[in-house]
Ligand binder design. Structure first.
Ligand code: ZN
Length: 176
């Protein structure tokens, strides 16, 4: 089975608030494996379901400790501040220094339906916060100032034109 295509900025599914997963079953295992294939191929260290067009609350990740998934995640505690140069597979090739909490406590479920509770720091904490934003329909651009957003949209628009992937609608490009 082919890996999923990763949706990029401009796709409305990325702005939608995803719904809770209600069934943790074999179908979800297959979906997670296909998402992991797409994530490793990209390559990236995390991929949220909306990024492959599935508006459900889960994400796959591997920050060096092996492939994993977190389902219906909720962050229950934040602490400190940490700056990091952060990018996103849905905003390809761009990154910005973004400050977020340094440590978090996150809870959710694993692929067997067991409860997980994780204390995370630095890169691991950043990854979970980034992926959780995707589940809430938020992209990195929401952390930027107006000039940075303008510049990012200009670059993304130019790339889209250069790739010949611009939509052939009479209204032209539909970047928000
Ligand atoms: Zn992302």
């Amino acid at each position: 089975m082919a890996a999923y295509d990763i949706r990029v900025f401009g796709d409305p599914v990325l702005k939608r608030v995803a719904e809770d997963v209600t069934d943790i079953d074999g179908d979800l295992v297959d979906v997670c494996n296909r998402m992991l294939d797409a994530m490793y191929e990209a390559p990236g260290i995390g991929l949220a379901a909306p990024q492959v067009g599935i508006s459900r609350r889960f994400f796959v990740f591997d920050f060096g400790a092996g492939p994993d998934v977190l389902i219906n995640p909720v962050i229950t505690e934040f602490d400190g501040e940490w700056e990091m140069d952060e990018g996103c597979l849905s905003v390809p090739g761009l990154s910005w220094t973004i400050t977020r909490p340094k440590r978090i406590h996150i809870v959710g479920y694993d692929i067997d339906g067991n409860e997980r509770t994780i204390e995370a720091d630095e890169l691991e904490a950043r990854l979970y916060q980034h992926e959780l934003d995707h589940l809430d329909g938020k992209l990195l651009l929401e952390y930027l100032d107006d000039d940075q957003v303008k510049e990012a949209k200009r670059i993304l628009r130019e790339r889209l034109l250069a790739s010949g992937a611009a939509p052939q609608r009479s209204g032209g490009l539909q970047l928000p």
